[in-house]
Ligand binder design. Structure first.
Ligand code: ATP
Ligand code: MG
Length: 620
């Protein structure tokens, strides 16, 4: 990117967006661009907790419900903005009292309970930095993240509850801390009657801290460039990276993208099913919705427990207007009869959102028809932990008729995306290539924690001057963007580069196949060959015939040169704990290689079935 990376109108554009949120002190400079590092709104001061709470109280929203929380047993709790404000202040005071200062890193290892949001906001209130570790992670993954951040403080709960199982989080913490020396204090939210072993001089109970606390803590005005949090990526392509986000640029970005894409108003009831352990949970469960003072729904539990109607029941109960979820969840529901959906009144829904993976056209149509009843826009948002917020997506203004199922529409205003060849030259419309972003934007990460080299190498070395997200894409004749899969998983079959999403789209075009993943393997003649792993609709049998149909679909929809070396029907695919297909693991199994970093693998049990099928199969 050249020295003046933003022209005046783009600077004005972002400056106007920044004016939509409250600053204790106005910035002196909109952007300081020291390639490849961006500092936004330099000189400005603000506080995330103040924006999410104090501001709303000042606007008269004190008695409005901020959070409706429910767990899988139907237990519920709600917090008005005022109640949330009080809890956050008390906890922030307590955190300060136990020695947490501005800039300290605090690990949050908490299930989807209101105290998770309270903790994030309390940490931010005093200018400390949170690192949320998804509570489904093992003690080993927790330990890795503690060691990487060298955090001194940790907040957890005694237990989490999922699918009726009690998950002993505090025991996992104790395990993780056995050979970790940096953690000085652990705060525990006690939820169950289980006895907890409190370690002297280290462990403190949340309730006791709150009960002995003060009602108010002055929010710490932090510099715009001060880190709000460090968060690890999903680990789909390898070892998770500790992404650091700023306070000012990040909050400006998520505030504005949320409003633009979801078109909320003061009455909106919004539910994003993401766990707070992922970036979606940070940007679009907590910060953006609460800054806007809307009502959010928070659910602790799985989508299919106690049965497949639990989500639809929640939408009906709270009259949810905007519902934001993931392709993996959508495809899970598609496997089953829609009787679970039909029982519920979903007429409150106005807009539906998706994030995390390509939303293939079949899943798009299912979501649109079965959940949105043909009247809700599908806001398919492409973005990453690193980008902070939505980058490409339909917006609330877009006509339903103009959306193309499977496409993420266009880059949002202020985002300069392009599709380029390996030399960085724009490809012609309709061609495939590498997605790049040509101008910095306020939500961009400020770095990888403790790893400048990786930051430069991964994102800024492939296409000089541009941000490289690592995804493969196509811009069609009308300028719509289509994500085709991870660039490093793209196959080169007989000279044709084909993204994993293109191949999987063909596999799932068979009505009996719900989800598919492709694993590329070397082919002496064609360069790359591949095998397909497919999950079949519940109850369907006659797999022999289906295999032939799938192969025929490839021939008809792409060409005879794209023939899978095998099609395996499996019950489930290996996924990250954020629900993304781990194709690299499938590939390693097929090639008999070591599986690499599988700390983020959710369902380890599925590997046995896959290994079994692969080892007993005959190539076709
Ligand atoms: P890691 O970087 O550790 O491999 P990850 O990339 O899965 O993990 P995230 O930041 O959670 O970590 O995910 C971002 C990626 O998810 C994007 O780069 C893209 O590949 C995919 N993605 C997200 N949203 C969409 C979408 N709407 N359409 C297509 N792909 C998407
Ligand atoms: Mg990534």
């Amino acid at each position: 990117m050249e020295k003046e990376v933003l022209d005046c109108s783009l600077k004005d554009f972002w400056e106007n967006k920044a004016k939509n949120i409250f600053w204790f002190k106005k910035w002196k400079k909109i952007l300081e661009w020291d390639y490849p590092y961006a500092k936004w709104f330099v000189g400005g001061k603000l506080n995330a907790s103040y924006l999410c709470l104090d501001q709303n109280i000042k606007r008269g929203l004190k008695d409005k419900v901020a959070i409706y929380w429910q767990d899988e047993s139907g237990q519920e709790q709600s917090f008005t903005y005022n109640q949330l404000y009080k809890q956050v202040n008390k906890f922030a005071y307590a955190l300060k009292n136990i020695g947490i200062k501005k800039g300290d890193i605090v690990i949050l290892y908490l299930p989807m309970i209101p105290q998770a949001i309270i903790s994030m906001l309390a940490v931010a209130r005093i200018g400390a930095i949170h690192t949320v570790v998804f509570s489904g992670f093992s003690s080993k993954s927790l330990k890795d993240r503690i060691n990487d951040t060298k955090a001194k403080f940790l907040i957890t709960a005694d237990v989490g509850i999922r699918r009726g199982r009690v998950i002993p989080l505090k025991d996992f913490v104790d395990d993780a801390l056995n050979d970790v020396s940096c953690i000085e204090k652990v705060v525990i939210v006690k939820r169950s009657n289980r006895k907890i072993n409190l370690k002297e001089n280290r462990d403190l109970l949340y309730d006791e801290l709150i009960n002995n606390s003060e009602n108010y803590v002055e929010p710490e005005p932090v510099e715009a460039t001060h880190p709000l949090y460090i968060l690890y990526t999903s680990g789909t392509t390898g070892k998770p990276k500790g992404i650091v986000h700023s306070t000012g640029g990040y909050l400006v970005y998520v505030y504005n993208t949320f409003k633009n894409c979801f078109g909320i108003d003061e009455k909106t009831v919004y539910w994003c099913t993401a766990d707070i352990g992922w970036v979606t949970g940070h940007s679009y469960v907590v910060y953006a919705p609460l800054m806007h003072g809307i009502t959010i729904v928070m659910y602790e539990g799985a989508p299919n427990y106690p049965d497949l109607s639990v989500w639809w029941k929640i939408i009906e109960k709270y009259n949810v207007n905007i519902f934001y979820t993931s392709p993996t969840a959508i495809r899970m529901f598609m496997q089953y009869d829609d009787k679970y959906i039909k029982k519920h009144d979903l007429s409150s829904l106005k807009r539906l959102g998706s994030v995390g993976e390509v939303l293939n056209p079949q899943a798009w149509h299912w979501f649109f028809n079965k959940i949105g009843k043909g009247k809700c826009q599908i806001i398919d948002t492409w973005w990453q932990t690193e980008t902070g917020g939505f980058m490409m997506s339909p917006t609330a203004k877009d006509d339903i008729e103009k959306l193309k199922p499977g496409s993420v529409n266009f880059p949002l205003d202020g985002i300069y995306a392009d599709v380029v060849d390996k030399n960085g030259c724009s490809v012609t419309l309709g061609q495939k290539g590498f997605l790049i972003i040509k101008r910095p934007w306020p939500g961009i990460m400020i770095g990888i924690h403790n790893d400048d080299e990786k930051y430069k190498k991964i994102y800024w070395s492939k296409f000089k001057g541009s941000y490289y997200p690592g995804d493969y894409a196509r811009k069609d004749e009308d300028g719509y963007f289509w994500l085709l899969g991870r660039a490093d998983e793209t196959l080169n079959i007989a000279g044709h580069r084909i993204g994993t999403a293109e191949i999987e789209k063909v596999a799932v075009s068979n009505e009996f196949i719900i989800e598919a993943a492709v694993a590329g393997i070397p082919d002496n003649i064609k360069g790359d060959g591949f095998v397909v792993f497919a999950v079949i609709r519940n109850g369907f049998d006659n797999k022999n015939n289906l295999k032939e149909q799938v192969i025929l679909n490839f021939r008809n929809q792409i060409g005879a040169f794209v023939k899978p070396k095998n099609v395996y029907f499996v019950n489930s695919l290996p996924k990250t704990r954020s629900g993304k297909i781990l194709r690299r693991v499938l590939r390693s199994i097929v090639l008999g290689e070591s599986l690499g970093d599988i700390t983020t693998l959710e369902n380890e049990a599925c590997l046995d079935e896959i290994k079994d099928k692969v080892s007993s199969s005959v190539a076709i």
